[in-house]
Design a protein around this ligand. Structure first.
Ligand SMILES: Cc1cc2nc3c(=O)[nH]c(=O)nc-3n(C[C@H](O)[C@H](O)[C@H](O)COP(=O)(O)O)c2cc1C
Length: 171
């Protein structure tokens, strides 16, 4: 599969088969995050892999039926801060690592969904996280019950004309 085909195949999966995910596949997904680029190569991330039902339910009852939830945490003690304006690049680095994982999971026949609609304070206390570690997103993973049409981007995405300017900014 070409990288573009893989990108089109990846979709948000919100219901999963009641079937465990093989450890080998989880390791491949986590390794895809490991090789992601990050600002100044700081790799300010930590991935907490939840398979325990009670813990999954504590972190997010909505997603507790997913066989696995990866809690993707950003480490504000190590993320790169731009000197001029003090912009923290943690969110950017975390987003790249998540995208690597969603694509790898897709290649392995698994479904994922980016989840930011969760309570980070609840997740932090359920997992006893230190203050510097921010739970930025959840990544539920499992075998998909349903996948979206690979051609949906024709209608579900803006056209290039709407999002690209050449040389001069134009709307
Ligand atoms: C940063 C981010 C946060 C998201 N948070 C949620 C979420 O909390 N719940 C959810 O069901 N989907 C969430 N999504 C999934 C988007 O709704 C989805 O990617 C978008 O509608 C496009 O659909 P597709 O992923 O199937 O191509 C999120 C996506 C991103 C990138």
């Amino acid at each position: 599969m070409s990288i573009y085909e893989l990108m089109k195949k990846r979709c948000s999966v919100r219901s999963f088969e009641d079937k465990p995910v093989e450890k080998e596949k989880l390791l491949q997904i986590l390794n895809a995050a490991r090789v992601a680029p990050s600002a100044h190569n700081e790799q300010p991330w930590h991935f907490i892999v939840l398979q325990n039902s009670e813990l999954k339910n504590k972190v997010s009852s909505r997603w507790s039926k997913a066989p696995v939830i990866i809690v993707v945490c950003g480490d504000h003690n190590s993320s790169w801060i731009r000197e001029d304006d003090k912009k923290d690049h943690c969110d950017i680095d975390i987003a790249i690592s998540i995208d690597h994982m969603t694509l790898m999971a897709t290649e392995l026949g698994l479904g994922t969904c980016w989840v930011c609609a969760f309570d980070p304070n609840l997740a932090s206390s359920a997992l006893n996280l230190p203050k510097n570690l921010e739970p930025i997103a959840l990544l539920p993973i499992g075998y998909p019950k349903k996948v979206s049409d690979i051609n949906r981007h024709k209608t579900q995405r803006k056209s290039l004309d709407e999002i690209v300017s050449w040389d001069e900014y134009k709307i």
